[in-house]
Design a protein around this ligand. Sequence first.
Ligand SMILES: Cc1cc2nc3c(=O)[nH]c(=O)nc-3n(C[C@H](O)[C@H](O)[C@H](O)COP(=O)(O)O)c2cc1C
Length: 307
Amino acid sequence: MADLRVKLGPLELQTPFMAASGTFGFGEEYASLLDLQKLGALVVKGLTLRPRKGNPPPRIVETPAGMLNAIGLQNPGLDVFLSRELPRLKKSGTAVIVNIAGDTEEEYVTLARELSRAGNGVLALELNVSCPNVKKGGILFGTSPSILASLVEKVRPVCTLPLIVKLTPNVTDITEAARAAESSGADILSLVNTFLGMVIDVASRRPFLANETGGLSGPAIRPLAVRMVYDVYAAVKIPLIGMGGILTLEDSLQFFMAGAAAVAIGSANFPDPLTIPRLTGELNKYMKKEGIDSLEEIIGAAHQNTV
Ligand SMILES: Cc1cc2nc3c(=O)[nH]c(=O)nc-3n(C[C@H](O)[C@H](O)[C@H](O)COP(=O)(O)O)c2cc1C
């Protein structure tokens, strides 16, 4: 085996392939299909303080080279996560990263404090900042650098775990948000979340999704995401987790060379739940063939090789 371990600041993973939030649930449905211990990490479905039912259906629609989703953060809430899901995940030996979401700064702070207290079952927290801040008129936390900075500053002191901030791509300049998150205490940035989109059902002459808009993911967004990772790598010093439309080893290599130290696989898990073990095997072969001892040799390589 090549050495697939990666270090992202305070976070160490045994492989660079993570399951992206919202595409692996809490691991239960996948446990019979693959060995959860072989994932670099499992980022669980966005967790909120209280249970959420999510949006009414339809909540998903296929698009050319991707999908649009408006699940609406359906999840069992913090108490059930701590009493039911986390002990089960701990037993499976999976590296667990908890993706958290809230309507207010206070909700994020409570989640971060309680999950930090939960002890060794949680490897890191990922702040999903693609949520409306209800106290600021519903503007998404992640679309305003100052609102984002304020959130990260409040969460940082109560979070004793590595803190990942997951950036939204629905902004004009993602490097502004990246810098705001870095300077207010993020250890790692992950990018990107989904792009806001819409499908119209022409028969009914209305938006297909009950929520009207949804988040676009899958191969359609890959070049957009690679460009954002490339730009953010040049703008900050903290490590990056890249994602957006990864299906193949070559896709993953693009993200590593753009500057990601690890990658997350989302939509690809739906057509093929074994994508992550497959990519892990392929990366191992690639590194041996290319004589690469550590992934660090290629992280950000595209920046050195510009003409
Ligand atoms: C059905 C679905 C649910 C998702 N739920 C979440 C979520 O709860 N929290 C979050 O931060 N991202 C969520 N995402 C975004 C993914 O984690 C990922 O950032 C995005 O899908 C891009 O990666 P991909 O193109 O490989 O799917 C979700 C994506 C999908 C497709």
